[in-house]
Every structure is written in structure tokens, then in C-alpha cells.
Design a protein around this ligand. Structure first.
Ligand code: GUN
Length: 285
């Protein structure tokens, strides 16, 4: 029987401390951080993410605007919007919700965001800083996962960590952060042969594939810490679910994150932290 890692609570406490910090920053600099979120199209998942980000920002006292464009916007028009936001000194963070429509080159758009305003940390320069251990912004979900492990009191150093998933947004950067925290890291993926054999070695198992019930209880080492990054619709109940068969896995793991209420709220809280940090860098320059 495992302990549930309450990402909602940890994220709430991070948001509260950011809110207090924003009050102090406002007293000192007479100004608050400012975040612009760009949403192209009307994908319900993206709309819901963007709404969550705006709500968190407002609650913390971060000024925020969501710019919504139809999915007919051209790449050039989107790049022009970004150029304008880059040039606006009053804006600290720019986030373009992904995915973008097929006719827009995502890499080009990400690269167009000024590095110092790239609160998602998707810009190649921020990605390079992470891999070269140089100062830079850390991506929100990986950063949130490490914070969750640390606040839960999980020792990372010396542990066997297995990351299932190798995306640029989660799998690869979380593997790198675990490595930097002195875990021994294996990166597995959807084509790994004998995935169960690999996952059963994990003291810390991070799953970020996006397939319901990919990880079943027999794939988990008893006493492991399980971090579920998946966000899926359960085909049986229609409810939100992760990549891990939660009900069975919680009988085997020592700690487990639920979906929803695990990693998701931490991603948003870390985005807010990145926005505040970007503001601080600007005003202390
Ligand atoms: N789409 C799915 N996750 C993310 C994220 O963390 N940031 C952005 N910008 N888009 C996403």
C-alpha cells in the first residue's frame, strides 16, 4: 500500500510562496511579472491547459494575457506576434501552447521566442544549458518532478531511475535532471523489448508515454517510487487517467503520483516560478 504523492498540495504551497514573493517584488520594483500565453486553434486539451495557466498566474499576482488565434493563422503572422512580444520590455514570459497546426513549423516558432522570455525552456539555447549544466531556465515538468521527489523526501542519489519516454519535453530532460542528482538512469521507450524487465529494476520509475495502463503492477519493483506523467482519457470510464494502472500499482509502490493531481499542477507551478525568475533577472540586470 503506497503513500500518494499529493502534487496538488505541493504545487499549492509553491504557488503561495510565489504569491508572497510577487508582493515583495511589487513593493521593491513597483511592478509585477507579466506572462503572455499564445493559443492557436481550439483543441480542448490545449484550451484546458491554457486556462489553468492563466488561473494560476492571476492567483499569484502575475499579470497575464492569453492571445487566441484561429488555426488559420500563418506562420509569418505568428512569428510577427512573437517578435512584437520579444521587443516589449514589459513582458517577462512568452509561452506558445503546443502542438501547433501542421502548416506551422514548431521548431521555428520556439526558436523565435527570446531566450530570456522562454519560460517553457524549449528554446535550443535553454535545452543546451540544461545538457551543458550551464545557468538557464529549466523545463517545467522535469523541474516539477524533481521538486516533488525532493519534497516527498525521496533520496535520488545512488538510486536506479528508469524513465519510460524520450520526448524533448519530458523524457529526455527528466532523465538528465535525475542524472545530475546522481541517480543511475536508464531511458526506455515504447519500443523497448521486455519493458517490464527494465521497469522492474527501477527504484524511481518515471512514465511519460501517453498510453493508458501501459505500466501494470507486475512491472513495478515493490517499494518503488512511481511518477506518472501520462494524461489520457480512460477508455472504460471516460475519466482522465495516467500511463500507470493506478489502482493495482498503488498496492506495490511505496509512493505514487495520481492523475489528475500529481505532476500536472507542479508543471504549472514551475511555469509560474520560471516567469517570476525571468522578471527578477530583468529588474536586477
Ligand atoms: N503542450 C503540452 N505540454 C506543454 C507545455 O508544457 N508547454 C507548452 N507550451 N505546450 C505544451
Amino acid at each position: 500500500m503506497s503513500e500518494i504523492i499529493n502534487g496538488k498540495e505541493v504545487a499549492k504551497s509553491l504557488r503561495e510562496s510565489l504569491a508572497a514573493q510577487v508582493v515583495e517584488l511589487n513593493k521593491r520594483y513597483g511592478c509585477t511579472p507579466n506572462l503572455v500565453v499564445i493559443l492557436v486553434g481550439e483543441d480542448p486539451g490545449s484550451v484546458s491547459y491554457v486556462t489553468g495557466k492563466a488561473k494560476a498566474a492571476t492567483e499569484i499576482g502575475i499579470r497575464n494575457t492569453t492571445l487566441r488565434y484561429p488555426d488559420t493563422i500563418t506562420e509569418k503572422e505568428l512569428l510577427d506576434v512573437i517578435a512584437e512580444l520579444n521587443a516589449n520590455e514589459d513582458i517577462d514570459g512568452i509561452l506558445v501552447q503546443l502542438p501547433l497546426p501542421k502548416h506551422i513549423d514548431e521548431d521555428k516558432v520556439i526558436k523565435a521566442i527570446a531566450v530570456e522570455k522562454d519560460v517553457d525552456a524549449f528554446h535550443p539555447e535553454n535545452v543546451a544549458s540544461l545538457w551543458l549544466k550551464q545557468p538557464g531556465t529549466q523545463p517545467c515538468t522535469p523541474k516539477g518532478i524533481i521538486k516533488l521527489l525532493k519534497t516527498t523526501g525521496v533520496e535520488i542519489a545512488g538510486k536506479e531511475a528508469v524513465v519510460v519516454g524520450r520526448s524533448n519535453i519530458v523524457g529526455l530532460p527528466v532523465a538528465k535532471l535525475l542524472l545530475d542528482n546522481n541517480a543511475t538512469v536508464t531511458v526506455a521507450h515504447s519500443r523497448t523489448h521486455n519493458l517490464a524487465e527494465v521497469t522492474r529494476r527501477a527504484d524511481i520509475l518515471v512514465v511519460a508515454i501517453g498510453r493508458e495502463r501501459l505500466v501494470t503492477a507486475d512491472m513495478i519493483k515493490p517499494g518503488a517510487v512511481v511518477i506518472d506523467v501520462g494524461v489520457n482519457r480512460d477508455s472504460r470510464t471516460g475519466k482522465l487517467c495516467g500511463d500507470v494502472d493506478y489502482d493495482m500499482a498503488k498496492e506495490v509502490a511505496a509512493y505514487i503520483t495520481p492523475v489528475p493531481g500529481g505532476v500536472g499542477p507542479m508543471t504549472i507551478a514551475c511555469l509560474m516560478e520560471n516567469t517570476v525568475e525571468s522578471f527578477i533577472k530583468k529588474v536586477t540586470k
